[in-house]
Design a protein around this ligand. Structure first.
Ligand code: BGC
Length: 725
């Protein structure tokens, strides 16, 4: 119910009015200084030190605050427990009472940490992604967090780049669909709900193309490739209602994204109609100066506000210069108004004017059986079996197992990169989980490999080696020049393999690694990324066969570092690239060009046979659709969850198009011996692409639809698209 006294003096508090009208009423009262205050985001808020600035309406948001109530303890320099105290200054102490907006990086779970996003992408499961977003939102909201800087949707085909760990993989359709699910999970249908928070699609745009995989590096890409590839998951997130988008650190073809008027204001805001907030990345506006495109922060502020960046993350350039820039006539007031309107729209839609305070007596964000169940399902779905000569699943009734490697008991390492709030003690470690399941049949060696490991391995019938990267080797600012296993791990694998008993290699990683020798030496290989709090439980359930492995690779694994980049986006050249002619026509003198493990690959403990696809009609109009059917049969003795994949190839277009591109997929459960007809509704708009004139088009002519278990084992059916009009 609306408080009439309050709405007399502050009419924008009237919830009966449409949001845009409430914004008009509020903005009509705001001074320019107060407006500029709404474009300023600080890192931490200190309710005491910042009291005056907040009361003056000169802070809009903070990005690292956490904790609704409580004292001002410092946790690694960040104030916790300060949210409601700071909010009180804004709501009750400032002239207009505009609430603060508290953001935080809640990237793959808050307290209940789920797999890193790349692992979540391996699930190919939009439903589990939505559940993960939902749990994260609920836990973060309890802390007073109203906004997360996720999902990251940068198309990732560069394994040297550490941030691929935070991404949803290399393809626009998988990335876009999972991003939409995460947005729904975070925001729900009504983001003002107590348990929901605003999401942020980041980093707009092209960040995944950082030169050489070096984080923050420059990007050289044409607009056609941007539109046909890199912008698509952002569009999917915008279509799903994402409330904010973050600008990227990189330039695109010489223009820093924080100054990129064409892409940010032009494409994102005007062409796509995005009415949410564009937030800068950390000091992204200040960095325009370092990028050499502005002489000083005043000029940087002018470029950024013109480009359409609404909220300045920590640089302070807007707070320092926007007023003067408007007063001097160098920046139009309308540009500032547009930014302020968007920030206020976000705050109104989040319900912050009605419910500014976060404290919920008794509420906790500690993991619950329900939140753990979601994390477990997600972690299980992230396990990708890439080789199995039959050693898996480990037979529960016989044989001793040695579990060894750096991750056996390291809880924190299994949380993965970007986990501000996860706790190592919440993690079920592989050692404890396998011990709980196998008792005396498993020997858990300490984390360090040594000659003792070999003695233990000699005694055991099977050895499970936990290999791979610590999360500090992936994520932001953690790129590498060599995607091989960390130093020394291959030596151990070689030594253990020489003992002649089957070795299972479990690979923890934030990126595609060069697994060549691992695949040669190990009897089975499972890629598990960094799986989160249920790491051990998930691993035990997959190794022992309680759950059938059903993850699929969301990025191509190259043959070696020298093969980067390699991905499904490969476009045809004037010389065919085909396995059978690779020797003659190949691109390298010293190696073949094929990936080690193709996109979409993932085995199960059974065998699945694919029939050739058939279509309901072989000709469709440009606005039509058809049904494609493919029969899949479980020819083995265990059940499975198959990820039936549909790819598209457009052989003749205005521009070169990918040799194959993932277009759709279906998760299909098959009992032993069962066969099922899987159908896909295929719409001609799935063949749309951006042509030479940078507009979307659907061409007449042939299109090849391909189905199979991964991007390298596909069977085609050709159809024709014709223009009826
Ligand atoms: C990262 C963003 C992140 C931000 C705030 C930046 O360095 O690029 O992804 O959201 O920091 O923590």
């Amino acid at each position: 119910m609306t408080d009439t006294t309050a709405t007399t003096t502050r009419p924008w508090l009237d919830v009966a009015l449409p949001v845009e009208e409430r914004i008009d009423l509020l903005m009509a009262e705001m001074t320019l200084a107060e407006k500029v205050g709404q474009t300023h985001q600080v890192a931490n808020i200190d309710p005491e030190a910042d009291a005056e600035t907040i009361r003056a309406g000169r802070i809009s948001s903070s990005l690292y605050a956490s904790g609704a109530t409580g004292g001002n303890e410092r946790d690694e320099g960040v104030l916790v427990g300060s949210i409601d105290a700071a909010q009180r200054h804004a709501v009750e102490g400032s002239r207009l009472g505009v609430p603060l907006l508290f953001g935080r990086d809640v990237i793959h779970g808050h307290r209940t940490v789920a797999p890193i996003p790349l692992g979540l992408a391996a699930s190919f499961d939009p439903d589990i992604a939505e559940r993960v977003g939902e749990v994260a939102a609920r836990e973060a909201a309890v802390e007073g967090v109203a906004w997360t800087f996720a999902p990251m949707v940068d198309i990732s085909e560069e394994p040297r780049w550490g941030r691929v760990a935070e991404s949803l993989g290399e393809t626009p359709v998988l990335s876009g669909r999972l991003a939409a699910s995460l947005v729904r999970g975070f925001q729900g249908s009504d983001p003002s709900d107590l348990d929901r928070i605003a999401a942020c699609a980041k980093h707009f745009a092209g960040y995944g193309l950082a030169a050489g995989g070096r984080d923050y590096d420059t990007v050289s890409v044409g607009e056609n490739t941007l539109r046909n590839l890199h912008l698509r998951p952002f569009k999917a997130a915008v279509d799903a209602g994402v409330m904010t988008v973050m600008a990227a650190f990189n330039d695109v073809d010489g223009t820093p994204m924080h100054a990129h008027e064409h892409l940010v204001r032009g494409v994102l805001k005007n062409e796509w109609g995005f009415d949410g907030v564009v937030v800068a990345d950390w000091n992204g506006i200040g960095q325009i100066v370092f990028q050499g495109v502005a002489a000083d922060s005043r000029e940087a502020a002018a470029l950024a506000i013109r480009a359409g960046v609404d909220l300045d993350m920590v640089s302070g350039a807007y707070l320092a210069h926007l007023e003067e820039l408007v007063e001097s006539g160098d920046v139009e007031l309308a540009l500032v108004d547009d930014a302020v309107r968007r920030v206020l729209r976000l705050k109104f839609r989040l319900g912050l004017f009605e419910r500014p305070y976060a404290a919920r007596p008794g509420a906790t964000n500690a993991p619950t059986p329900e939140s753990r169940e979601v994390a477990l399902r997600a972690a299980q779905a992230a396990h990708v079996l890439v080789k199995n000569d039959g050693v898996l699943p480990l037979d529960r009734d016989s044989g001793t197992v040695l579990l060894s490697g750096p991750f056996v008991d390291d809880g924190e390492a299994l949380l993965g990169t970007w986990t501000l709030d996860g706790r190592g003690e919440d993690v079920v470690s592989p050692g404890s989980a396998l011990k709980a399941r196998l008792g005396d049949r498993v020997e858990v060696s300490d984390g360090r490999f040594s000659d003792r490991t070999l003695q233990q391995s000699r005694r055991a019938e099977r050895t499970v080696l936990l290999l791979g990267e610590h999360p500090s080797r992936s994520g932001e600012a953690n790129s590498v020049t060599d995607i091989g296993l960390p130093h020394g791990q291959l030596d151990v694998l070689r030594a253990v393999a020489r003992l002649g008993k089957p070795v299972v290699a479990v690979v923890y990683t934030g990126r595609p690694l060069d697994l060549g020798e691992v695949l040669d030496l190990a009897a089975a290989v499972v890629v598990v990324w960094h799986p989160g709090v249920e790491a051990g439980t998930a691993l035990a359930s997959v190794l022992l066969g309680d759950v059938e492995p059903h993850g699929r690779l969301p990025m191509t694994f190259p043959l070696s570092t020298g093969h980067i980049p390699t991905s499904t986006h490969q476009r045809p050249t004037g010389r065919l690239i085909r396995a059978d002619v690779d020797h003659e026509e190949g691109r390298y003198l010293d190696a073949l060009t094929y990936p080690r493990l193709p996109f979409g690959l993932g085995l199960s403990y059974t065998t699945v046979d694919y029939a050739a696809p058939t279509v309901s009609t072989s000709t469709i109009p440009t606005d039509g659709s058809l049904t494609l059917t493919v029969t899949v049969a479980n020819s083995g003795e265990r059940p499975c969850r198959e990820v039936v994949q549909l790819y598209v190839r457009d052989p003749v277009a205005q521009v070169t198009r990918p040799l194959v591109e993932l277009s759709d997929w279906a998760l299909v459960d098959l009992a032993p011996g069962q066969s099922r007809e899987v159908t896909f509704e295929v719409h001609a708009e799935q063949f749309a692409y951006t042509g030479r004139d940078l507009t979307a088009r659907i061409d007449e002519g042939e299109v090849v639809l391909l189905t199979g278990p991964d991007s390298a084992r596909l069977q085609p059916v050709t159809i024709t698209v014709r223009n009826d009009s």
